[in-house]
Write a protein that binds this ligand. Structure first.
Ligand SMILES: N[C@@H](CCC(=O)N[C@@H](CS)C(=O)NCC(=O)O)C(=O)O
Length: 205
């Protein structure tokens, strides 16, 4: 059975859990406590070359790191990753844009807020938000005239970009500026098999 190493609040790990649910793939979930440093334990470092979650371990024991790579691997051959070469490349473009322009711009202020460090880290938060707003502006203008990021149906491009954008308010972003993004986020939440970030019974982990 596939094994997913994740952490409770990580948007990158959430992407993998949503996709596994949407594809109906059974997996074993191992939730690490990053504050405690579980990801720095030698056994995990051996498995996960960057010592990060998500890490997906395949049936044959080989690990896959990086959320985008996990999405591409799992979605390959399914309706969530187009066969058409150009459409597929467009999906990859969005996944790379998310990692380069959106993920840290949202995740870093969010983590500071969650850990009560917002005033201490105000300067860094402001810098990250400047970049993040620039990327969100581009996303808003793209999605304004479309239902989905690539083509005419939901793909892993939507899922990959969705995760952090949907929690941007937790990073202090004023999302009411982005009506088209808010509409699209609701569409992603309505896709079959979508699961919330926190599931009640996972809080005890
Ligand atoms: N680019 C990576 C980022 C993964 C990442 O930053 N994971 C965080 C949790 S969201 C982590 O494991 N942090 C621990 C660390 O970097 O020490 C991906 O998309 O998977």
């Amino acid at each position: 059975m596939l094994r997913l190493y994740d952490s409770l609040l990580s948007g990158n790990c959430w992407k993998a859990r949503i996709l596994l649910s949407q594809l109906g793939v059974k997996y074993e979930r191992i939730t690490l406590d990053l504050v405690r440093g579980d990801h720095l334990q030698p056994d995990f470092v051996k498995l996960s070359r960057f010592s990060r979650v998500p890490t997906l371990v395949m049936d044959d024991g080989r690990p896959i790191v990086e959320s985008g790579a996990i999405l591409m691997h799992l979605a390959d051959g399914t309706h969530l990753l187009p066969d058409d070469k150009y459409a597929r490349t467009e999906v990859f473009s969005w996944l790379f844009f998310e990692q380069a322009d959106l993920q840290k711009a949202i995740a870093v202020p969010r983590v500071y807020n969650i850990r009560g460090l917002a005033s201490q880290m105000a300067d860094e938060i402001a810098l990250r938000q400047k970049d993040g707003y620039g990327a969100l502006d581009k996303l808003e203008s793209w999605i304004k005239t479309r239902d989905w990021l690539v083509g005419s149906s939901y793909t892993i491009a939507d899922l990959g970009v969705f995760a952090y954008v949907s929690v941007a308010a937790e990073g202090g972003y004023q999302m009411e500026r982005y009506p088209a993004i808010l509409r699209w986020l609701d569409s992603v939440r309505s896709t079959k098999g979508w699961v919330p970030l926190i599931v009640e019974n996972s809080l005890s982990r």
